[in-house]
Design a protein around this ligand. Sequence first.
Ligand code: IMP
Ligand code: MG
Length: 206
Amino acid sequence: MNSRVLLASLIIFSGAMYCMENSSDLTIDDFKPLITSHEIQSAIKRTAEEISRDYKGKSLTLVMIIKGAIHLTSDLMRNLTIPATLEYIQASSYGQNGTTPGKLSLFGIERLNLAGKDVLVVDDILDTGETLYETTCELRKQCPASLKTLVLLKKFPSDPKKHDPLNMKKYSDYPIFSIGNEFVIGYGLDYKEKFRELPDIWVKKN
Ligand code: IMP
Ligand code: MG
């Protein structure tokens, strides 16, 4: 086989592989509704009331972990009745990996100045806890007056109904919902950067 034929075959083969990979990408038909926008909004309102009571007389610095916490932080902030300022950092572990995590990267922590501030880190979902653990370790080095965390979803390996809210507090100061060990999208959560715009949370069908 001469080199031109070999090159052409390689191009055709990699093109076919690329198409196969894309055609196997998940679509919305691979997901079913899990938590409605109404349930999300009511729970956030309740949590914002609790936070406003806990920090009464203080001002809060929210540190949003983008991109997943975008809608959550915005809805939470609008429901607070105490003054709050907004900062953000970026964490990414899934990227184009789809439904399996890769290596965690954190960006934008060094430009923050949290010394003496009451800080609340806001993240979309806590799975292994690595993102929140690494983030809070780094933020603590800036000597905030206090540092707490809020997560919209906590993933549990078994039946989430077995985990009561008090147990959830082991993982985050303000956990909102617990779910099973499934892949979810919507309300900021993505699959390969898609579906963040959905107002409800959807779970991957088995
Ligand atoms: P952890 O570091 O294992 O706790 O994973 C947390 C991060 O992984 C989250 O902030 C999300 O960005 C991402 N992640 C975990 N589970 C899901 C999921 O089911 N859907 C979308 N993103 C997820
Ligand atoms: Mg995230």
